[in-house]
Design a protein around this ligand. Structure first.
Ligand SMILES: NC(=O)c1ccc[n+]([C@@H]2O[C@H](COP(=O)([O-])OP(=O)(O)OC[C@H]3O[C@@H](n4cnc5c(N)ncnc54)[C@H](O)[C@@H]3O)[C@@H](O)[C@H]2O)c1
Length: 347
């Protein structure tokens, strides 16, 4: 019954517990940190504000109880005291850009694979057996061989980001099989919502569409707009993280997490433009640098996580966009003022 109760209200599991959130100045990590703080957890964020990623200190401005350590997850000295006695780790540090990973593969390997390996070694030493929930990605599957994509789908990433995120996924699984950590992994589709990095180039089409729409400009769609995506609202994703962390002895440890509906890019762009009060979108050919890493249509089969943890997406896309536009209305200057740096150097 305890297990069932936690799944129905996973926040209960975190009250007065010590929780570390890596990448917590970024989009999804800050939403996780804020929710955990609201649930009564003692939250510490570790984030090194990697240039080219979505770190924004304003993301935690309304969460005064959250401690922030400005450090790299590879910095075992900075992490030393933090991992001792930690109850849960939410591991969201990483670089999400597929485009950046093709421009500088070794930078992506450093950030998404090597950094994770160092961090997991340190976790297993200082916090053996601890629960850790890792943010993996749909990109590990590459071009879908069938839709919707379930967890049995072959792993064939088409970009370095997918390769390195998959390496980190397997690191988490290996440490768990060795009995040194208790990892759970979420393979996320495209996430959107409050605290997205709107002005960082190469971070995906949703942040770009939203920025253009919120500025009242015309969204440009690459291709014919018929490609499918299943965007998932960030509050639903936070629920998935909290449920995955709260589950005692789940039957499986890797789950795909997708949105409520598979929608053509044209519908996604039109919805954003309409809700934001921007002009109707227009179409243009794919730029060559996007063609090699394009995966065509994608949609998620989220039935495994529904069966194992009771999670399902609850926010329809249009409602999620309404909430997102409402959030960014007064907050937009905090998301446009930073100088967005396209990091091509080693971090
Ligand atoms: N946003 C999405 O649609 C999406 C989809 C699939 C998977 N993911 C995964 O979810 C995670 C979070 O994504 P996001 O959209 O919040 O990205 P984000 O760029 O907004 O946040 C990532 C944060 O990690 C930090 N970081 C990166 N490397 C670090 C390191 N070595 N040490 C300390 N901090 C470091 C960055 O500074 C940044 O603040 C990523 O791992 C990403 O791969 C995101």
């Amino acid at each position: 019954m305890r297990y069932k109760g936690l799944i129905e209200n996973p926040s209960v599991a975190y009250r007065h517990r010590k929780v570390l959130v890596t990448g917590g100045l970024g989009f999804i990590g800050s939403n996780v940190a804020v929710r955990l703080a609201e649930a009564g957890a003692q939250v510490t964020v570790v984030d090194s504000s990697v240039p080219g990623c979505g770190a924004n200190s304003y993301n935690l401005a309304q969460a005064p109880g959250v401690r922030v350590i400005h450090a790299d997850i590879r910095d075992s000295g900075a992490l030393a005291g933090e991992l001792l006695g930690v109850d849960f780790v939410f591991n969201l540090a990483g670089e999400i850009s597929h485009v950046h990973s093709m421009q500088n593969p070794s930078r992506d390997a450093d950030l998404n694979a090597t950094a994770q390996l160092h961090f997991l070694e340190e976790c297993s030493r200082q916090a053996p057996g601890r629960r850790i929930v890792y943010a993996s990605t749909r990109q590990i599957y590459g071009v879908p061989q069938y839709l919707p994509v379930d967890e049995q789908h072959p792993v064939r990433p088409v970009d370095f980001n997918g390769v390195h995120k998959y390496a980190a996924t397997v690191y988490h699984q290996l440490w768990t099989e060795m009995g040194r950590l208790d990892a759970r992994i979420l393979c996320l589709t495209n996430v959107y919502g409050p605290r997205m990095a709107l002005n960082v180039p190469g971070q995906g089409f949703l942040g770009h569409f939203l920025r253009v729409g919120l500025l009242g400009e015309t969204i440009r769609i690459f291709g014919d707009g018929r490609q499918l995506r299943d965007p998932v609202y960030v509050d639903d994703v936070v629920d998935a993280f909290l449920m995955a962390g709260a589950a005692d002895n789940p039957p499986r440890r890797l789950w795909n997490v997708g949105g409520a509906a598979a929608l053509p890019l044209a519908t996604i762009a039109e919805t954003i433009a309409r809700v934001a009060g921007a002009p109707a979108p227009v179409y243009q050919p794919f730029p060559p640098e996007h063609k090699t890493i394009d995966i065509g249509s994608y949609s998620t089969d989220s039935s495994r996580i529904r069966k194992d943890l009771g999670w399902r997406p609850t926010i329809p896309f249009e409602e999620g966009i309404r909430r997102t536009v409402q959030y960014f209305g007064p907050e937009l200057p905090h998301y446009l003022s930073r100088c967005a740096v396209m990091a091509t150097r080693r971090s």
